[in-house]
Design a protein around this ligand. Sequence first.
Ligand code: PGA
Length: 279
Amino acid sequence: MKKIIVANWKMNHGFNNIDEWLNDLFKDYADKYAEMKNSELVLCPPAIFLDYVDSELMEDGFNFLEKLAQKDGRDLGEFSTEEINEIVVNQRPIKLGAQDCHFAEKGSFTGDISAEMIRDLGCKYVIIGHSERRDAHGESNELLAKKLTAAVRASLTPIFCIGESKETRDAGQHLEFIEKQIMESLSTELEMDNLVIAYEPIWSIGTGTTPTVEQVSEMVEFIKKIIKEKFSNNIKDSAVLYGGSVTSANSGAILKVSNGLLVGKASLDAAEFIKIAHS
Ligand code: PGA
């Protein structure tokens, strides 16, 4: 099963250090792309930098193409446009994602960005329902259902975030809570090729406290069971990631029981993110 490692920069980084961050990543990964058939890195910078990061990723994709061509002894001119697109955009294992989108395609929504706009900028993924948006922007399960529909309409893969509070966990109601979040936001009518769910307990985000590997495993299996039982008719493929205080010290163990990681703070440091991705 493919592993997906997401860097969620939140509202951090700027033009003063994006290049350095990306160059560190590109340098480290340049010779590994061909082996990365079963893993993907997803970069989610603030929306204002999506276009810039996309142009850098495209350039990196062309470097990858050149390396492939050299290896196979082929001239770049021999590649068809479709082949170039397939290698530079699809086979390139570093993808772009947005941190949020609006549910409408367009309209009078000052300050918002539609899923279509995000897709046109080169994104493959969009994070939906991060607890910071649920909390600070009052995003309800019902609103998130509309955003999930918007993401699918724009051919984006949603990274749908769910997770319980400390009180809910302490009360032993975490499984019911997670099931409710899923059932109120996912529709059995919505056809999806791919869905990524990120289990992010709120009490773990930015706190340095993580659940045990057994607790992560229990939740990952529980989420997979719900998706299989309730949505197997309309969701073709799904992956369950873990997010919350991931570092290179705990990433290896968590990756053994999940399909990937959603990394916040630790993704701001390129060297640390690279270590996490290697695990
Ligand atoms: P954190 O954030 O890794 O800083 O805990 C994770 C997230 O909010 O996605």
